[in-house]
Each structure stands twice: as structure tokens, then as C-alpha cells.
Write a protein that binds this ligand. Structure first.
Ligand SMILES: NC(=O)c1ccc[n+]([C@@H]2O[C@H](COP(=O)([O-])OP(=O)(O)OC[C@H]3O[C@@H](n4cnc5c(N)ncnc54)[C@H](OP(=O)(O)O)[C@@H]3O)[C@@H](O)[C@H]2O)c1
Length: 302
């Protein structure tokens, strides 16, 4: 019997690529997002390649819509064996434009969107005493990052939520996998950037982790480890390192001829960069640690 996987956030990006990879390995997929025409194109592509798929347009921040969508799938296509929630995303923000509503938007999309899907599929899985929940979080969950603190906070909430649920669900026959990718490279046509993992590579790694039913999967490893180490450092030092990494990134953006708006926002950000003498006071500041997030960092493909 074919596994039925509900892939949420499948109209573009990582979710679309994961849906294609799962179908290539024999799953049937129900692809969910708001943009119906993109979902229909994806279903056509899957069917043309001999796979089985169905599209459902739905806004996952609305629990009513999600519950109706899941009921429809289970009554016509059979039980949902696996939920892969890729729904989410973030925006670059500035401290001058801070809005509580932005925090709410990030939580609604990145946390509540997945929680609504979980609520809808969970009763069936608990009844059958089997299932698999996959939540796509981010390495940005490891610590609060400047320029997108709302996104970091939302992904941290998502990872922590599923970490907490994992133990109870395991004893009821349901596995949980939390995936935390680093930077992804959307379009295959875009310039190659060593820091960014191409989408097809990311999807292949994630599907492998799904098949192995891993509890967590973070990649690329060098970035996951760097952020984990950063988390263990004293906050003053960790903040200083993040500021220096950002300074380097801003300089690179400026050298590459950024738009006036980006350059102006970056000038504001530079005010928060520590002075060299502030950094020199720290015994652990070494080139190796400061290389986090630079173009010269290794990009490992497993
Ligand atoms: N890109 C990266 O560098 C990166 C890095 C780490 C983690 N991630 C995470 O990976 C996941 C996918 O990212 P991506 O870059 O592939 O993003 P993306 O291309 O923007 O895809 C997001 C998907 O979510 C869907 N979606 C958004 N709001 C929705 C809603 N209210 N209801 C239903 N569907 C909704 C979108 O479709 P519609 O607009 O059609 O609804 C789209 O299919 C996200 O959780 C993101 O946080 C991304």
C-alpha cells in the first residue's frame, strides 16, 4: 500500500521539492498551500511522471479550513500516514520598524500553521497508533538572530513544541522529525553561493532523514555546529561574534552594489557593531570562529 503524505506549503520552494522527492520514492502526496494554480501545475508534473498526487488549496492559519481539508483527504484518499509541514518563512526587519504585529504574523505562520495541521491529522494517527510528523524549522531557531529576530523566535517555538510532543507521541506509535536547514538556494538559475544549499540537495537530504525517521536533522553540519557552539559562549562574546559576522555580510552587500534602501538600512545596522578593542578583550575570538557565515566557509554536500 502507498504511504499517503500531506505536504503543507508545497506550492513553491522546499515543500514543492520535498513533494517531488517523496513521490520519486513511491509516496502518494496531497499538496497543500494557498496558490491553487501552482499546486495544479505540481500535480500535473507528478502525474506526468507516473506518480499519485492531489492538490488542496487551503490557508493553514485558519484551523477550520485545515480541518475540512484533512477530513476530505481521509474520506476520499484514505488515512494520512505522514504530515510534512514546510509552511513558514520570515522577513528582514529593522529595530526602528519593530511591530508586535510582525511577531504575531511570524508565530501564526510558522507555529500555528503547523499546529493547526497537527491538530487535524493527530486523531486519526492516534487511533491507528502509527504516523509520522515532520516539521521544517530552521537553524535560525538556535539563537535569536539580528535582522530577523521574530523569525528566529517563531522557529525556536516550533522546534521546542515538537521536542516536547515527541516523547509522548513516540509512546503512541507516532514519530516526530524536526528538520532545521541553514540557508537554501531557491532558484537553480541563481548565482552559486557556497553558503547556500541548493533546494534539490536539501530536499534529498531531508527525505533521507524522513525515511530514517530521525528525531532531528540539521544541515549543513558546519553551520549547525557553529551555532551550537555560539549558544554555549558567554552572551557578550556571542553577541560580538554575531555583530562581526553581520558587519562582513553588510560590507559584501555594499561591495556588490546594493540598492540605496538596503545600503541605508545596513548603515543603521553597522552602528551596533562592536569596536575592535571591545572584541580584543575576549580570549576566544579567533579567525576560525569569526569565519561563521563568510563566503570562505566550507559547504559540505553529503
Ligand atoms: N529558504 C531558506 O533559506 C530556508 C532556510 C531554513 C528554513 N526554511 C524554512 O523552510 C520552509 C520552506 O521555505 P521556502 O524558502 O521554501 O519558502 P517558500 O518558497 O516561501 O514556501 C513557503 C510555502 O508555504 C506556503 N504558505 C505560506 N503561507 C501559507 C498559508 N497561510 N497557508 C498555506 N500555505 C502557506 C506557500 O504557498 P502559498 O503562498 O501558495 O500559500 C509556499 O508553498 C519554511 O518553513 C522556511 O521557514 C527556509
Amino acid at each position: 500500500m502507498m504511504n499517503m503524505t500531506l505536504v503543507v506549503g508545497a506550492s513553491s520552494g522546499l515543500g514543492r521539492q520535498i513533494a517531488l522527492s517523496l513521490v520519486a520514492r513511491g509516496d502518494a502526496v496531497v499538496v497543500v498551500a494557498r496558490r491553487r494554480e501552482l499546486l495544479d501545475e505540481l500535480v500535473q508534473e507528478i502525474e506526468a511522471a507516473g506518480g499519485r498526487a492531489r492538490a488542496i488549496a487551503c490557508d493553514v492559519t485558519d484551523p477550520e479550513q485545515v480541518s475540512r481539508a484533512v477530513a476530505l483527504v481521509e474520506s476520499t484518499d484514505g488515512p494520512i500516514e505522514r504530515l510534512v509541514s514546510c509552511v513558514g518563512g520570515g522577513e528582514r526587519t529593522t529595530i526602528d520598524g519593530f511591530r508586535a504585529a510582525q511577531v504575531e504574523r511570524m508565530l501564526s505562520l510558522n507555529v500555528m500553521g503547523t499546529a493547526n495541521c497537527l491538530e487535524a491529522v493527530l486523531p486519526g494517527m492516534l487511533r491507528r497508533q502509527r504516523g509520522h510528523i515532520v516539521a521544517i524549522s530552521s537553524l535560525a531557531a538556535t539563537r535569536g538572530l539580528p535582522d530577523a529576530p521574530e523569525y528566529s523566535a517563531a522557529k525556536a517555538a516550533l522546534s521546542t513544541l515538537f521536542e516536547g510532543l515527541r516523547i509522548d507521541l513516540k509512546s503512541r506509535g507516532i514519530d516526530v522529525t524536526v528538520v532545521s536547514p541553514g540557508f537554501l538556494r531557491g532558484s537553480m538559475k541563481k548565482k552559486r553561493r557556497p553558503l547556500k544549499v541548493p533546494l534539490d540537495v536539501a530536499a534529498a537530504r531531508i527525505v533521507k532523514a524522513i525515511e530514517q525517521r530521525r528525531r532531528t536533522y540539521s544541515f549543513p553540519k558546519w553551520l549547525a555546529w557553529s551555532l551550537a557552539i555560539l549558544r554555549c559562549l558567554p552572551p557578550t562574546l556571542a553577541d560580538a561574534i554575531v555583530s562581526v559576522v553581520r558587519l562582513r555580510k553588510v560590507r559584501r552587500t555594499q561591495e556588490s552594489g546594493a540598492s540605496p534602501a538596503t545600503a541605508a538600512a545596513d548603515r543603521l545596522r553597522l552602528r551596533t557593531v562592536p569596536t575592535t578593542s571591545e572584541l580584543a578583550g575576549h580570549p576566544f575570538v579567533a579567525d576560525k570562529v569569526l569565519a561563521i557565515g563568510t563566503e570562505t566557509a566550507p559547504h559540505r554536500v553529503e
